[in-house]
Design a protein around this ligand. Structure first.
Ligand code: ACO
Length: 402
């Protein structure tokens, strides 16, 4: 049998690989990661270059269609998205039914799932026009849905999209604006959010993307597959980590800011406490996105003149951890989520919205991966095997004699 660091055990013809640490489930041309070198590229382009020079909608086009768009292609794509930002009026009423304190990720996944009830003319995974239409609808409507999930939680009326504005700008307006009042989008906010979306746009076969592909492998439609991805992202070990980081930093701040004591707690594994926003399944050197987010956090806070003690706590935590044997020996470094919350908070997003913002950024990646999966003739129904370790055959005992 093959033994990779004791992680992969061959049992008969089935390889047992907890968490798929060593199992590739597909071939992909979309995203390249070298975890040891800290390299991330979308379709061959280094993330650092895209972060500096590109925009979220250009990156979305690149991920979904494989090449950087010409000016005409970009204008056409953006134009199509503008045409589809409205939600069906009856779908808007959906938001009345959820409890006000519902988590916006739960509202988002339900609403994305409901798209297959309202847009039944774009559900066929093998019809190019349907796939194109569901791609555009998702990209256009998810920001509207996300802003409504927020409005719902604060009890404010929903705003209609304003298609004169840019993608990120209109999302900010629908989230923070109120009816009949001018809302001026702060360009510092818009630029920072656009950058964060670029950094989240794809990350090859992570938990949510693998979920999208697995659900899609049964030939479920794109809306259904993406809503499953939203649910996978909800968990604190994946997209939910950005919320957990913020809660961790606030708690350290609230209890006196003793960073050393917190690190000791993590190292002693007291109550299973982890340093949230640290560690990654693939990056074992550093996460190139974390470096970009850290710099953006420092820039944005300086530009907005909004110093945040939580940023100081985060930087102190990073400094201590990177010099500590526990973290060094386990190759634990800040991941993309370690500094994002500081920026989201400075823009005025409540903590519960952080994971929704991750979902908005990851959307083009999910779509691109689903389309690649559907078009790949090698795709088969995803169906992992198991190693059965339960009871061997035994006779049934009637209830009265148990
Ligand atoms: N804090 C403290 N210890 C940690 C951490 C952490 N954040 N992450 C891993 N470890 C320790 C584990 O306790 C384990 O130690 P042990 O060998 O003494 O038992 C060792 O490092 C290996 O950890 P695993 O959980 O086996 O590593 P895995 O690759 O499965 O975990 C994960 C990756 C889930 C991201 C993990 O590092 C973690 O829980 N991090 C915190 C949550 C987080 O930030 N998630 C976001 C990930 S990035 C993203 O989704 C965008």
């Amino acid at each position: 049998g093959i033994d990779v660091g004791g992680l992969l055990k061959e049992t008969g013809h089935v390889a047992l690989d907890h968490g798929f640490m060593n199992t590739a489930a597909c071939e992909s041309k979309i995203t390249f990661i070298d975890g040891d070198e800290g390299i991330l590229r979308y379709r061959g382009y280094p993330i650092e270059e895209l972060a500096e020079k590109s925009t979220f909608l250009e990156v979305s086009y690149l991920l979904i269609y494989g090449e950087l768009p010409t000016a005409a292609q970009q204008a056409e794509f953006n134009g199509k998205l503008r045409m589809h930002t409205l939600l069906h009026e009856e779908m808007r009423r959906f938001f009345d039914g959820f409890p006000r304190d519902a988590h916006p990720m739960a509202v988002l996944s339900s609403a994305v799932s409901a798209l297959s009830t309202f847009y039944q003319d774009s559900l066929d995974p093998f019809d190019r026009d349907h796939v194109e239409m569901s791609t555009v609808r998702l990209m256009a409507k998810v920001p509207t849905i996300a802003s409504y999930a927020h409005k719902k939680s604060i009890g404010q009326p929903l705003l209609y999209p304003d298609n004169r504005l840019g993608y990120v700008e209109d999302f900010l307006r629908m989230t923070f604006g109120v009816p009949a009042q001018e809302y001026e989008v702060d360009p510092v906010h818009a630029k920072a959010l656009d950058l964060l979306f670029i950094l989240h746009a794809d990350h090859e076969q992570n938990c949510s993307t693998s979920t999208v592909r697995l659900v899609g492998s049964s030939q479920a439609n794109l809306f259904a597959s993406v809503s499953a991805g939203v649910n996978a992202l909800f968990g604190p070990l994946h997209g939910g980590a950005n919320q957990s980081v913020q809660e961790m930093l606030s708690e350290i701040h609230r209890t006196g800011g003793d960073v050393e004591a917190f690190v000791r707690k993590v190292k002693n594994k007291e109550d299973g406490v982890r340093l949230m926003g640290f560690g990654h399944r693939v990056y074992k050197n550093y996460d190139p996105r974390a470096a970009l987010v850290k710099k953006a956090a420092q820039d944005v806070l300086a530009k907005l003149h909004k110093p945040d003690p939580l940023l100081d706590i985060a930087m102190r935590l990073e400094e201590i951890a990177l010099a500590d044997e526990y973290f060094v020996s386990r190759k634990l470094y800040p991941n993309v989520d370690f500094y994002t919350g500081v920026i989201y908070k400075a823009m005025g997003f409540p903590t519960k919205m952080f994971t929704v913002l991750f979902a908005l950024g990851r959307l083009p990646g999910w779509i691109a991966q689903w389309r690649e999966m559907i078009e790949d003739p090698a795709t088969k129904l995803g169906r992992p095997r198991q190693v059965y370790v339960g009871a061997s055959r035994r006779p049934y005992t009637p209830i009265e004699s148990r």
